[in-house]
Design a protein around this ligand. Structure first.
Ligand code: ADP
Ligand code: MG
Length: 261
């Protein structure tokens, strides 16, 4: 676990704004994520949820606004630098390497750890073999916990969809991040797999990590989140604990009153 330097919120999002040409995709959104909590971002399709994630994780810069992680400004950092700070993401559309084994996919995540270093290619063969053995030993418990250890030599592309989602989660966790951004982790999962995922995300919080997720499955969101942010047309329209969000009239209107109308 990365050392914490700051006692404030782990993630601070201040007045984030994003234009794609003339499209105002995210409008002046601010919120914090407290350490060791699960926060969800919900909202209709096109509300700007993935765009928020892309800005937080360094995939593109905001038009204006800033993001601080562990007290440090990360706006403008490249994705690998953000990951190196201990903030890892998964993707709405899986981005695992289908032609690599499950184990090799997860080892890619392990080697994202800053301490494995850029000089790895210069290590003696003996030393790098030992490091490889350590890496495998480090990720085995993770594979076991996520129920994919028996598939470790299988090509990731040959796993069930749920299995592939677990590989992506394992790869993100293998770098021992302080915080995870999960973009629609339950998309495409069946009910049983979604229940398993709920338990896993809670366990991730128990490990002391912080989670920010985008998710459409409302029962999952209400079940596991400490706090929820609601976006509509790029704007934050509500924020609070699940009980407050469930009773928020604007939110009810969006979800029950015919989409974005
Ligand atoms: N890279 C991009 N270039 C141009 N427009 C984009 C891009 N990414 C998202 N958008 C647009 O921004 C809006 C918000 O999209 P997105 O963040 O994907 O929404 P959500 O994840 O909430 O469904 C949509 O209108 C979408 O078409
Ligand atoms: Mg999205």
């Amino acid at each position: 676990m990365s050392t914490m330097h700051d006692s404030g919120p782990l993630l601070q999002i201040d007045s984030l704004d994003k234009y794609f040409g003339g499209l105002h995709a995210v409008r002046n959104v601010s919120f914090d994520v407290d350490r060791g909590t699960i926060k969800a971002v919900i909202g209709p399709n096109g509300a700007g949820k993935t765009t928020m994630f892309n800005m937080i994780a360094g995939y593109f810069p905001p038009t204006s606004g800033s993001v601080h992680f562990n007290g440090k400004k990360i706006t403008g950092m490249k994705p690998y630098m953000v990951a190196g700070q201990g903030l890892m993401r998964t993707f709405q559309n899986l981005k695992i390497c289908r032609e690599l084994s499950v184990l090799d996919n997860v080892l890619l995540g392990y080697h994202t750890k800053a301490k494995s270093g850029f000089g790895a290619g210069m290590l003696s063969t003996r030393r790098s073999r030992r490091e490889e053995k350590n890496a495998v030993e480090a990720v085995i418990p993770l594979l076991e916990w996520l129920g994919i250890l028996h598939e470790k030599e299988t090509l990731a592309g040959n796993l069930s969809f749920g299995g592939q989602r677990s590989v992506e989660l394992a790869r993100a966790l293998a770098s021992d991040p302080a915080m995870l951004l999960l973009d629609e982790p339950a998309a495409g999962l069946n009910m049983h797999e979604t229940e398993t995922l709920a338990g896993q995300i809670r366990d991730i919080r128990e490990q002391g990590r912080t989670v920010l997720l985008v998710e459409h499955d409302m029962s999952l969101v209400m079940d596991i989140s400490d706090e929820i942010v609601v976006l509509n047309f790029g704007e934050k329209i509500a924020e609070g604990p699940p009980s407050a969000i469930q009773n928020n009239e604007d939110v009810i209107r969006i979800y029950l009153g015919g989409g974005n109308a």
